[in-house]
Structures are given as C-alpha cells and as structure tokens.
Design a binder for this molecule. Sequence first.
Ligand code: ZN
Length: 195
Amino acid sequence: MNTPAHVIAGLWAVGHGKRAWAPVLAGSLLPDLPMFLFYAWQRGWLARPDSEIWSTRYFEADWQLFFDAFNSLPAVMLGLLVARWIGSPALRLFFLSVGLHCVLDLVVHHDDAHRHFLPLASWRFESPISYWDPAHYGRILAPLEALFAVVGAGLLMRRQEPLPVRWLAGGTLVAYGAALVFALVYWVGPGAAAG
Ligand SMILES: [Zn+2]
C-alpha cells in the first residue's frame, strides 16, 4: 500500500489525541523508511536510473533483507511485549501502528510481498490481490486505495484532532485531489488527444 494511505489508516484506526499522533505517525512510516533510504541512495547518491533501481537493485538479497527487517510481525509482537513490560503507552501505539502497516501490506502485495515473519520464517504470502499490479486486480485496488485514503482523511478532518493531524489529513486531501485532476486532464482532457 502507498505510504500516505498507511499514515491515514494509522491515524484513523490506532489512536488519537494529543499524545497519540506522534508515535502512531512514526509507526505508520517506519516500515517504508528503508525503501526511501534505498531510493535516496540509489538515485541521489549513485545516480542510477529508475528503471535499473526498480527492476534489479530493489530485488538484491541484501536490500530485500533490509526492507523486510522493518516489516517483521514477530518484531512487532516483541515490541508490544516490551511496551507492556515497561508500561509505555507511546511505545504500544508505535508498535500497533507498525503492525497495522504490516498487516495491510500483507493483504495487498503479490510478488513484491515482504517476508513478514522474519526471523522465524522466510515464507512470504503472495496475496492474490495487489495494490498496484494490473495482473492482480491493481486497476481496481489502486482507485479503491485512493478512495480509502480520501475518506479516511475526511473523517480525520471531522474528528477533534491535534493540529499536525489536521494538516496531514488536509494535505492528503489536496494531494489526492490534485492527482485526480491531473488524471482527468490526462485521460479525458486535451492531454489524452495529444498522448
Ligand atoms: Zn509498506
């Protein structure tokens, strides 16, 4: 699933209020963080082309391990146990948010699935549906995910939320709105005739 949808899902479902939003936000971002670092390194530092990055570099074993280590459900369970042990509500929210991210990804990744059960097992669940791959209902899932993010952001805007959450929700609505306008112009507007 795309990162903005993860952020909205976490903020909406895991916990709200003054003390909750920061650990929930951090937890919803963490599993995707290694991918951003990978891309910054490959594109920004090594100046490799996107085609090479996503077709070969992304699938190298070391990078895969790096991504998957941040998507480990056993690590989430351990984190929740530690949070309970030391009595930290913030840590609990953080790991619940990481866990939600992982479970949502588990459902909508096909051949790009993470090994969510490392280090206990390196099995990956290849879901029959994908949030992007047209060969696995991606054409249906992608707009559904966008709808999910927009509705979630709308619900967050209506809820009594701290200012940073309102900004994130508002920013999400603006970004998806802009993407929709762009898509409409491209697919049905003058851009369609040209392209
Ligand atoms: Zn993810």
